[in-house]
Design a protein around this ligand. Structure first.
Ligand code: HEC
Ligand code: HEC
Ligand code: HEC
Ligand code: HEC
Ligand code: HEC
Ligand code: HEC
Length: 332
C-alpha cells in the first residue's frame, strides 16, 4: 500500500503526501499492537526462548499458596511434544489476558483457566463425574486439572497419556489421597514392577484398572472393575482373562500394619460388632495373610533352628579346646 501511495506521491500532490505519512503511522501502530495480539506463536517465542529477554520469576501458586521459582523460558521441544503442542494450539488461546502496555504485555497474567479452555468433554466429565461426587460427599476438595496434569518443568507442558513421567506421577497423585491402597498396590506384582521404574502402558497403574475421571467403587456394576466390566478391563493386558482370573487380589494387605491394626480392632470389638470380624475372616485377604504368616513363621523357625544349632556346636568346640589345653597344662 505504501508503495502505491509513493507512486501517487510522485504526482506531487500534497494530499497524497499527507496520506503517505498517515499510512506509515497507522502501519507502525498496527504492527506494534499486532505484535502481541498476533496469532503466531513465534511472536511470543521470540522473547520466551531468549534468556536475555526473559528470566526467572517468583510466583505464588494460586491454589496451594506455595511460593515457586519459575523460569519464563519456554522449552519449545517440551511444548511441542506436550498434549497441547500441536499445530492448532495458540499461546493466546490459553493466555487470554495479554493487555499491552508500552510494547510489553502485562507482566502478571491470570493463571490459565483449564476448565474454560478445555470446555469439551474431559473437564465436564471430571467435574460432574462420580469421583468428584465421592470426594464432595467426603468433604474433600477436588484437585485441579493442573494438579494431575502438570508437566515436568512447567505446568504448561501437559504430558500425553502414555508419557512415562505422567504415568508414574499419576500413581503418586492417586496414592497421595488413597495411602492404604497405594501401599497394598505396592505388594502386588503390578505395583512392584512400576516401583522398579517400568511404568509403560503395558503394566497397570491405578487408572488402567479404575478408570480416569469417572471412578466408581468396584462393587458398582458400572465401575471398570464391576462384575460386568472387570474381565474386559483386565483383558487389555491379559488376553484370555476369565471369571477365575479376575478373582486375583489386586490390593493384598498382608504386609501393611494398617491391616493388622484393623484385624485386632475387630477382634477387640467382637461382642459389639460381630459382623466386622466375620467380614474380615471371609475376605480372601485373610487367606493370603495366613499363608504369609505361616510362611514367615516357617522361615523364622528353620533359620533360628539352624542358627541355634550352629552357635551351640561352635560353643562346644571352644569348650573342648579350652578343656584340652587345661589337661595338657596339668600333665607338665
Ligand atoms: C517483549 C518480550 C515478550 C514478548 C513478545 C512476550 N512476552 Fe511474555 N513475558 C515477558 C517477560 C519479560 C515476562 C516476565 C514478567 C515478569 O517477570 O513479571 C513474561 C511473562 C509471561 C508469562 C508469565 C506471567 C506470570 O504472571 O507468570 C506468560 C504466561 C507470558 N509471558 C506469555 C506470553 C505470550 C502468550 C506471549 C505472546 C502473545 C508473550 N508472552 C510475548 C516478555 C515477553
Ligand atoms: C493449553 C494451554 C496453553 C498453551 C497453548 C500455552 N500455555 Fe503457557 N501456560 C499454560 C499454563 C497452564 C501455565 C502454568 C501457569 C498457570 O497456571 O497459569 C502456563 C505458563 C506459561 C508461562 C510461565 C512459566 C511457567 O512455566 O509457568 C509462560 C512464559 C508461558 N506459559 C508461555 C507460553 C507460550 C509462549 C506459549 C505458546 C508457544 C504458551 N504458553 C502456550 C497454558 C498454556
Ligand atoms: C485426580 C487426577 C486428575 C484430575 C484432577 C484431572 N484429570 Fe484428566 N486425566 C487423569 C488421568 C490419570 C488421565 C488418563 C491419562 C491421560 O490421558 O493423561 C486423564 C485424562 C485426561 C484427558 C485425556 C482424555 C482422553 O480420553 O484421552 C483430558 C483431555 C483430561 N484428562 C483433562 C482434564 C481436565 C480438563 C481436568 C480438570 C477439569 C482434569 N483432566 C482433571 C487424571 C486427572
Ligand atoms: C484429592 C484427593 C484424591 C485424589 C487425588 C484421588 N482421589 Fe480417589 N477418592 C477421593 C475421595 C475423598 C473418595 C471418596 C471415598 C474415599 O475416601 O475412599 C475417592 C474415591 C475413590 C474410589 C472409590 C472408593 C469408594 O470408597 O467408593 C476409587 C476407586 C478411587 N477414588 C481411586 C482413585 C484413583 C485411581 C485416583 C487417581 C487417578 C484417585 N482416586 C485420586 C480422593 C481422591
Ligand atoms: C490390577 C488392577 C488394579 C490396580 C493397578 C489398582 N487397583 Fe485399586 N482396586 C482394584 C480392585 C480389583 C479393587 C477391589 C477389591 C479390593 O479392594 O482389593 C480395588 C480397590 C480399590 C479401592 C477401594 C474402593 C473400591 O473401589 O473397591 C481404592 C480406593 C483403590 N483400589 C485405589 C487404587 C489406587 C490409588 C491404585 C494405584 C496406587 C490402585 N487402586 C491400583 C484393582 C486395581
Ligand atoms: C495395563 C496392563 C495391565 C492391566 C490392565 C492388568 N494387568 Fe495384570 N499384569 C500386567 C503385567 C505386565 C504383569 C506382569 C508380567 C506378566 O504377566 O508376565 C501382570 C501380572 C498379573 C498377575 C500375575 C502376577 C501376580 O501377582 O500373581 C496377575 C494375577 C494379574 N496381573 C492380574 C490382573 C487382573 C485381575 C487385572 C484386572 C483387574 C489386571 N491384572 C490388569 C499388566 C496388566
Amino acid at each position: 500500500m505504501a508503495s502505491i501511495l509513493y507512486t501517487l506521491g510522485a504526482v506531487n500532490s500534497k494530499i497524497s503526501r499527507f496520506l503517505f505519512v498517515a499510512c506509515l503511522v497507522v502501519l507502525f501502530f498496527a504492527a506494534s499492537i499486532n505484535y502481541l495480539y498476533s496469532q503466531e506463536n513465534g511472536d511470543c517465542l521470540e522473547c520466551h526462548t531468549d534468556p536475555s529477554k526473559v528470566d526467572v520469576k517468583v510466583r505464588v501458586d494460586h491454589v496451594t499458596g506455595e511460593v515457586e521459582i519459575v523460569s519464563m523460558l519456554v522449552d519449545e521441544d517440551a511444548f511441542h511434544s506436550s498434549a497441547h503442542g500441536g499445530e492448532d494450539f495458540y499461546c493466546i488461546d490459553c493466555h487470554a489476558d495479554l493487555e499491552e502496555s508500552e510494547g510489553e504485555h502485562n507482566p502478571n497474567l491470570q493463571p490459565v483457566d483449564c476448565i474454560t479452555f478445555c470446555n469439551d468433554d474431559p473437564g465436564a466429565e471430571f467435574l460432574e463425574g462420580s469421583h468428584v461426587k465421592l470426594m464432595k460427599e467426603n468433604d474433600v476438595q477436588p484437585p485441579t486439572c493442573k494438579y494431575c496434569h502438570a508437566g515436568v518443568k512447567s505446568k504448561r507442558d501437559v504430558p500425553k497419556a502414555d508419557d512415562l513421567y505422567h504415568r508414574k506421577d499419576t500413581i503418586d497423585k492417586c496414592g497421595g489421597c488413597h495411602e492404604e491402597f497405594y501401599y497394598s498396590y505396592r505388594n502386588n506384582l503390578h505395583g512392584q514392577v512400576t516401583a522398579l521404574g517400568h511404568v509403560d502402558t503395558d503394566i497397570a497403574t491405578c487408572v488402567d484398572c479404575h478408570g480416569q475421571h469417572t471412578i466408581l467403587n468396584s462393587s458398582d456394576s458400572e465401575s471398570t472393575l464391576g462384575a460386568d466390566n472387570v474381565i474386559e478391563t483386565c483383558s487389555v493386558c491379559h488376553p484370555g482373562a476369565n471369571d477365575n482370573f479376575v478373582k486375583h487380589v489386586a490390593h493384598p494387605k498382608y504386609k501393611n500394619i494398617a491391616y493388622y491394626k484393623s484385624v485386632f480392632g475387630a477382634v477387640k470389638d467382637i461382642r459389639k460388632d460381630p459382623e466386622r470380624i466375620s467380614g474380615i475372616v471371609k475376605s480372601p485377604q485373610m487367606i493370603i495373610t495366613i499363608l504369609f504368616v505361616v510362611y514367615v513363621g516357617i522361615l523364622v523357625m528353620t533359620f533360628s533352628g539352624f542358627g541355634m544349632h550352629s552357635v551351640l556346636t561352635w560353643l562346644s568346640t571352644i569348650l573342648d579346646e579350652r578343656k584340652g589345653k587345661e589337661s595338657k597344662h596339668d600333665k607338665r
